[in-house]
Design a protein. Sequence first.
Length: 416
Amino acid sequence: MHRQKLTDINNFFIVGINYRKTDASLRGKFAINEDQYLQLLHTAQSFNIKEFFVLSTCNRTEIYGFAENATQLSNLLCTQTEGSIEQFNEKAYVKKGRPALEHLFNVSAGLDSQILGDYEIVGQLKQAVKFSKAHNFIDTYLERIINAALQSSKEIKNTTSLSDGTVSVSFAAIQFIKEKITDIRNKKILLLGVGKIGGNTCKNLVDYLNTTNITLINRTEEKARILATELGLQYAPAKDLANQITQADIIVVATNAAKPIVLKKHLTGNTEKLIIDLSIPYNVEEGASELPGITLLNVDELSKIKDDTLQKRKAAVPKAKTIIATHIHDFIDWHQMRKNVPVLKAVKNKLQQMHNCGLYIAAKAQQNNSCDISTAPEQKIQKVIDGMAVKMRNHATYGCHYIEAINDFIAPTASN
């Protein structure tokens, strides 16, 4: 395992694009699937990147990590994207140090989601980190940052209404179907893809539309079979895709394939169909919406759907930001103490050496022995180090604290 000698918050960067400045079509050019992610991990060493992870969702593609500069991270990311580094840099945002921390905390809380409070981001973040950690690209310090962000997100989830209700891109799809389609039980629904987003969408279809007239297709057929069995649905093999598309009234696409899987030729000459593409990049071929009888929505269009739940979520934003500020303060405090550890260890070792020094022993022998019997040497040393740690936390004057620590140790115990 490769390690950075020194990991400092000032070398922590996030570089990315999201829905604020890019549409779904452009974001699709920078989406990272699992195979591309793996290749990034294999390539990272040549860019001198030792700790990083990539968060790629329908809303964003972001790379987080430690580097000498942000360009290292963006160049690494774009080795695996369809879009060029020039296109990426034109729309990308870069944050460093504390602003990068704040961005990660906001993202994990759902404050930066296209639909405010969308809690699906937490699962996506955990999955991204897990993948990177499995290949030894998450070290102790970066893991501490991630855990702090997740703890903050959990507190926000549990103590505010920021993620109350069931508003997400996948749920927005359910809302749209419910509003636009009558007699839903007699409509045949085809769901393509049963990963994280597809699985959640499938359960929402069953729960909120009260229908089981749903057929699942997945690249790995066994996953579709397991979910279909669990929910009392139907499933079909991928080779039957064209036939299932022809039969379906509603098609929900959550496959996140590198290229479209629902093609214009699948839809030509068919009856009216509603198609909802939750994938980034788009997995429905461009121009499909131009066909007669075809209604096609993507994630950007779905995110515009509003309801009363979102208004309640907006009211929770100030409290959520206060929670984030507290957790960031705690992390920075820990970070500062971590920087002091080498100095504290060095002083502790020096005090232990002094305690065993003949000159020190002789000097102490001349002092009143009653001053020393109340505190054992190990306890006195630790007490001095604890005091030094507090002073260093409040005032970064290491030399002065070093001298004070020696004076505190030499001084009679009764004066401590």
